[in-house]
Design a protein around this ligand. Structure first.
Ligand code: NAD
Ligand code: TYD
Length: 350
């Protein structure tokens, strides 16, 4: 094996796309996936690579210092790609402490293990995968650049901002070779149906109300998850130590327009009357502290590293809907049990 790469959170939505890409493309590298398998981690996401000669799964918690240090002791780790996190804003409003624990403490544990075990830093890399939500909320105009000051406003974004700061602090203080990327909202296959797009797909399928927060006028900038995985690959292999790269597709949508587009795609795929799914749209109480608009300026990664998104949004959304319709069992497995409790707490009394 040439290199041993520790990917954290590889059984989640984005992590599973990154693990699959690295296992398939870098057959001479050993890919370790460290994941606690929380509600968001699903071994079914990686069935197709779990028997690969260059893949190993390790069940463990990134906040567990002994576990993380044992992994660094057992394997000669060359690089970390850190994706493990609590990732859903609404859950962070209900239970901020688990976000502080995993996202802040967990990142600290990984950084510290890297610092302690990496005596020779040449060829080493700590890649921290983060979000554009650290920059706060935009008004009608403007884009987040790598120089936009941090202004996180939800427990989720504040915990990710804290972890970004820790990563930079380890670079400046200890010389740890780090790189950070901040990406916009992802969509695609294997996304847990608590996030907007898969939640709406699942509800349309079951003719359940489509809960649009507030007036549906908040804006998000959507990127296909495979394009995020290809950007992570690019930054990991070509990004400069100590640098930050914003990742996004210049693809802003108001929530209500996106939900209407999704409804029309679903009507067509399910052979329903036009307007059938849209009649399920229900405006519900707004999210507390709801950020108005996110939009990424992804010029640097394109100019310096040559990365560009590959897919138009409409095409990506069609592919995504097709994947969910072809994988109803995957959805059923994760929307039973604790998902029902979450759904009741989040939506039924809203
Ligand atoms: P996800 O919630 O789908 O998956 C998170 C994964 O981390 C799961 O497999 C879970 O089991 C694992 N995990 C959680 N706590 C853990 C712990 N304490 N120890 C070990 N593993 C743990 O998240 P995602 O949407 O795939 O996001 C992955 C990363 O990308 C996160 O760091 C997130 O902040 C960042 N990000 C996400 C988006 C997005 O749109 N989803 C956009 C930009 C950045
Ligand atoms: P989400 O997928 O939770 O991502 P984030 O909050 O990290 O951007 O939400 C995307 C947008 O959709 C956000 O403005 C909140 C809104 N939203 C709804 O209107 N209804 C929903 O049921 C959900 C989950 C989100």
């Amino acid at each position: 094996m040439q290199r041993t790469i520790l990917i954290t959170g590889g059984s989640g939505f984005i992590g599973s796309h990154v693990v699959r890409r690295f296992v398939n493309r870098y057959q001479d590298d050993l890919i370790l996936n460290l994941d606690a398998l929380t509600y968001a981690g699903n071994p079914e996401n990686l069935r197709d690579v779990e028997a690969a000669h260059n893949y190993r799964f390790i069940k463990g918690d990134i906040t567990d210092d002994a576990c993380v240090n044992a992994i660094f002791g057992d394997f000669n780790i060359d690089a970390v790609i850190h994706l493990a996190a609590e990732s859903h804003v609404d859950r962070s409003i209900m239970d901020p402490m688990s976000f502080i624990r995993t996202n802040v403490l967990g990142t600290g544990v990984l950084l510290n293990a890297s610092r302690t075990h990496w005596k020779d830093l040449s060829g080493k890399r700590f890649y921290h995968v983060s979000t554009d939500e650290v920059y706060g909320s935009l008004g009608e105009t403007g884009l987040f650049t790598e120089d936009t000051p941090y202004d996180p406003r939800s427990p989720y974004s504040a915990s990710k901002a804290s972890s970004d700061h820790l990563v930079r602090a380890y670079h400046h203080t200890y010389g740890l070779p780090v790189v950070i990327s901040n990406c916009s909202n992802n969509y695609g296959s294997h996304q847990f149906p608590e996030k907007l797009i898969p939640l709406m797909i699942n509800n349309i399928l079951h003719r359940k109300p489509l809960p649009v927060y507030g007036q549906g006028l908040n804006v998000r900038d959507w990127l296909w998850v495979e394009d995020h995985a290809s950007a992570i690959d690019t930054v990991f292999h070509a990004g400069k130590d100590g640098e930050t790269y914003n990742i996004g597709g210049f693809n802003e949508w108001r929530n209500i327009d996106l939900v209407h587009l999704l409804c029309s795609i679903m009507d067509r795929k399910l052979a329903r009357q036009p307007g059938d799914s849209a009649s399920l749209i229900t405006y519900v109480k707004d999210r507390a502290g709801h950020d108005q608009r996110y939009a990424i300026d992804a010029t640097r990664i394109e100019r310096e590293l040559g990365w560009k998104p590959s897919l138009q949004f409409e095409e990506g959304l069609e592919k995504t809907v097709d994947w969910y319709l072809a994988n109803l069992e995957w959805v059923e497995h994760i929307t039973s049990g604790s998902y029902l409790d979450y759904y009741r707490d989040q939506y039924v009394t809203r």
